[in-house]
Every structure is written in C-alpha cells, then in structure tokens.
Design a protein. Structure first.
Length: 168
C-alpha cells in the first residue's frame, strides 16, 4: 500500500509529470511539423512514419495525463482548491513552477493544434486536386473508349461502301 504523500511531495510529483508532458508535447510538435513537410513534399511514406511516431507520443502523453489527473485530484482534495492558481506559492514554492509548466503546456497545445490545422488544410487541398485529376482521367478514358467503339463499329462499313461503289 502506498504511504501517504505530503502536499509538498505531491506538488513535486505533479510538477515532474508536467515537465515530462512538456517534453513529450515538444516532440509531438516536432513530429507534427515534419508531418506537414511530408504532406507538402507528397511523401506518403514519410507522412505515414510521422503519423505512427505521433501516435506513440500521444499514447505516452495519455499515460502521463492519467497519472497527473490522479495526483491533481488528490491535491485539490487535500488543499480544498479548484485550480492550481489557488495554491499559495509562499507556502508551497514549487507551485509557481507548476503554474508556469501548466501555462507552457497550454501554449504548446495551441501551437500543435495550429500546425495540425494547417496540415489538415494542405491534405484536403491535395485530396481535392487528386479528385479532379481522377475525374479528368476518367473522362479521358471514357472518351477514348467511345472513340475506339465508334472506330471499330464503322471500320467494316467503310469496306462495304467501297465494295458498293465498285459494283456499280
């Protein structure tokens, strides 16, 4: 059974979890930017690789979030608070660093969201171009098929007309 952690120790644990999350989010931002580069370059293999790496990082972040939520809930209960801003930094000096980390996490999440939105937009544009190209190719194929059918259908008729002229 886990021994009861005092409030200062719990704040340190939460601080460490936020530091780990910041490191993972910075990696996630890096992979998101690389994903955008792959999209712009049309590099499907690179894009697939970046998506896989991002998913692995997100799984790690989810694990950190679960641990964080557990500790944060206990901390709020022990201190009778609703948010980090209510922790007295004079009594608990690590609280200021914790608040700073939470702010940094929010900034990173906004950056990741923005880059992800741009990536989605580029991907959507590429998809629209591909759709138009496929429609154009399909129309060309149908045109070629009609022309080939027309040519085959009247190829024998031309011979008949020639034969008829010779018989007169």
């Amino acid at each position: 059974m886990e021994s009861k952690m005092d409030i200062k120790e719990r704040i340190e644990v939460v601080l460490e979890l936020t530091s780990q999350k910041i490191a993972r989010l910075e990696k996630l931002l890096e992979f998101t930017i690389l994903q955008g580069n792959s999209i712009k370059a049309g590099d499907i293999e690179g894009l697939s690789s970046q998506i896989e790496k991002k998913q692995n990082i997100m799984n790690l972040i989810n694990s950190l979030d679960a641990k964080f939520l557990e500790q944060y809930t206990l901390l709020k209960k022990e201190l009778h608070i609703q948010s980090f801003e209510e922790i007295d930094a004079k009594v608990y000096p690590s609280a200021a660093a914790l608040q700073k980390n939470v702010g940094h996490i929010m900034i990173l999440l906004k950056k990741i969201e923005e880059v992800d939105r741009q990536n989605s937009s580029h991907l959507q544009q590429d998809l629209e171009k591909l759709k138009l190209e496929m429609k154009k190719n399909k129309a060309e194929q149908q045109g070629n098929k009609i022309a080939a059918t027309y040519t085959r259908r009247y190829a024998d008729v031309q011979g008949v007309f020639i034969d008829n002229k010779e018989q007169k």
